[in-house]
Design a protein around this ligand. Structure first.
Ligand code: CP
Length: 317
């Protein structure tokens, strides 16, 4: 991978995606070691700057950077000088003056990471920008699917829920179709954007049609924070039509897996028995997020890098 930033999935090639997933696999092995750390980013400073709430992404980037031996600074926008009126670009130049080596940013505006990437000289990783993109989420989802199914090509993946406001849906459609999977989407008609077929997804009108024979069932949260008005009558009706229950999951393949990017809203898009059932891979997604984010940090922060196998051998047990 020969690029300065990771801003979206759209601009990645299938080969680059393979390289990230293949780099993440050995990094996941160090989770089993008593010392879960390699020296790859020793001396580097990673700044996590989040302008929107996060549990999984922020924590796993911090953990990933620490497992690579980087110094990590976490900045929450509401406790920064951003609230005193400092601009985004001045905030970043201030952090650059302290010799930050790499930024991980989440922002509510689509394109915020692209804007910065053109203006700052060090790598920036998009940890979610508005409804646009969440590339590391899609990468960890691919890793989890490949780990379970052995492949991505030819799989039938159903993405269900609020497609319109979901950066996860958008990044996953790009990622899965690039890797040869077939994607179907469904949700309330008001939450399935026109033209989504142009990204390579098939639109199903009913949940049952989307679930039929699926290898992977990917549930989405209703993104209330991005919806300016009501897009469906009530939560009860939403659950009645689009909530994933054991009976509905039975329409998918017998070995289908259930995924969710989190946070889940139980009783809205997913039933407890499914969320905690044997098909769920939701906690595995979180675990794999650390390995995949280690791979992304490693590939972007060390252009003259050693081989991953050398890194792991150098770290020893
Ligand atoms: N999947 C995801 O982005 O979760 P967080 O908002 O908790 O980071």
């Amino acid at each position: 991978m020969d690029r300065k930033d990771l801003l979206d999935i759209e601009s990645l090639s299938a080969e680059e995606i393979h390289e990230i997933l293949d780099t993440a696999a050995p990094f996941k092995e160090i989770f089993m070691r008593s010392v879960k750390r390699v020296p790859s980013l020793r001396g580097k400073t990673v700044v996590n700057i989040f302008f929107e709430p996060s549990t999984r992404t922020r924590t796993s980037f911090e953990l990933a950077a620490k497992r690579l031996s980087a110094d990590v600074i976490n900045i929450a926008s509401e406790r920064s000088s951003f609230v005193k009126g400092e601009s985004l670009i001045d905030t970043f130049h201030t952090l650059l003056a302290m010799k930050a080596d790499l930024f991980v940013m989440r922002h509510s505006f689509a394109g915020a990471c692209h804007f910065l990437a053109e203006r700052i000289p060090v790598p920036i990783i998009n940890a979610g920008d508005g409804a646009h993109a969440h590339p590391t989420q899609a990468l960890l989802d691919l890793f989890t699917i490949r780990e379970n199914k052995g492949t991505l090509a030819g799989l039938e993946v159903a993405i269900i829920g609020d497609i319109t406001f979901s950066r996860v849906a958008r990044s996953n459609i790009w990622a899965l179709t690039k890797m040869g999977a077939n994607v179907r989407v469904t949700g309330p008609a008001t939450l399935v954007p026109r033209g989504i077929e142009e990204m390579g997804a098939r639109v199903c009108r009913r949940l049952e049609e989307a679930l039929d024979g699926a290898d992977v069932v990917y549930m989405l949260r209703i993104q209330k924070e991005r919806q300016g008005s009501h897009f469906f009558p009530t939560i009860r009706e939403y659950y009645h039509l689009f909530g994933l229950t054991p009976d509905r999951l039975a329409l998918a393949k017998p070995d289908a897996i259930v995924m969710h990017p989190g946070p889940m809203n139980r009783g809205v898009e997913i039933n407890d028995y499914v969320a905690d059932g044997p098909a769920a891979r939701i906690h595995d997604q979180v675990t794999n997020g650390v390995a995949v984010r280690m791979a992304v940090l490693f590939l972007l922060a060390t252009p003259q890098r050693r081989d991953v196998a050398e890194e792991l051998a150098a770290a020893g047990e």
